[in-house]
Design a protein around this ligand. Structure first.
Ligand code: BG6
Ligand code: MG
Length: 224
């Protein structure tokens, strides 16, 4: 049996947490007199917490002291944590459990590769903490997507060469990170947005077991 490494982003791939990030960032922006739109929230997908606040302040033309910046970041995370504290298995996106089960049944190593420092808390809430062979999250990396560090770390823990890894991602920066890691990139979302991905699917209901089998069995030059 061929062995590949399957790496999943968390936010927007396994669960739809973008709505909770939106609520928490909006509350924060409004508290300092700034607007925050859903379009702006889109641009923060895959972007770390620090860079997200930097962007919000840049959009609003605001400068803060280091202390104010840290206080706001902590406040945002407190709010976000209260939103995600009620998450359970019902928030796992459709067909994700079936895809994970198929890969596990076929003895494929699976990892989580997320920019979030809250990844473990979310996985615990939705009861997936023990599903992954490796978890690499925002606490383990110093460079954020599109830097490939998070995915290269995950491949390393799985002991699978990067060129044998496949990444599922919903963010432009995440697809770039997968490509920069020399991995096969699978976009979850809109083709027009995730232009650089090797494959794009609207969601996991479009991913068949035949396609997963081909990812497992075909050589890289056939897939890429
Ligand atoms: C990414 C999200 O997965 O994680 C971003 O797409 C988020 O929106 C980033 O900012 C960091 O998350 P957290 O949970 O550490 O604030
Ligand atoms: Mg994501």
């Amino acid at each position: 049996m061929n062995k590949k490494g399957f790496i999943f982003d968390l936010d927007g791939v396994i669960v739809d947490t973008a709505k909770y990030h939106y609520l928490a960032w909006k509350k924060l922006a409004n508290s300092i007199g700034l607007d925050f739109s859903e379009e702006q929230n889109e641009q923060l997908k895959g972007v770390s917490r620090v860079h997200s606040l930097e962007k919000i302040l840049e959009w609003g033309n605001r400068n803060l002291s280091e202390k104010e910046f840290l206080d706001l970041m902590n406040k945002k995370n407190e709010d976000y944590l209260s939103y995600i504290s009620t998450m359970d298995e019902s928030e796992i996106l459709t067909n994700v459990p079936q895809v994970l089960s198929f890969l596990i049944e076929n003895k494929q190593p699976i990892a989580l590769g997320s920019a979030s420092k809250n990844a473990r808390a979310i996985l615990e809430g939705v009861n997936l903490l023990d599903t992954f062979n490796a978890i690499v999250d925002g606490n383990d990396v110093s460079k954020t997507k599109p830097n490939p560090e998070v995915f290269l770390n995950a491949a390393n823990v799985l002991q699978v060469k990067p060129e044998k890894c496949i990444v599922f991602e919903d963010a432009v920066a995440g697809i770039q990170a997968a490509n920069n890691a020399n991995m096969i990139s699978i976009g979850i979302g809109e083709k027009e947005v995730l232009k650089d991905a090797d494959y794009v699917f609207k969601d996991f209901t479009e991913i068949s077991s035949e396609f997963l089998s081909s990812l497992i069995n075909e050589e890289r030059n056939v897939l890429k």
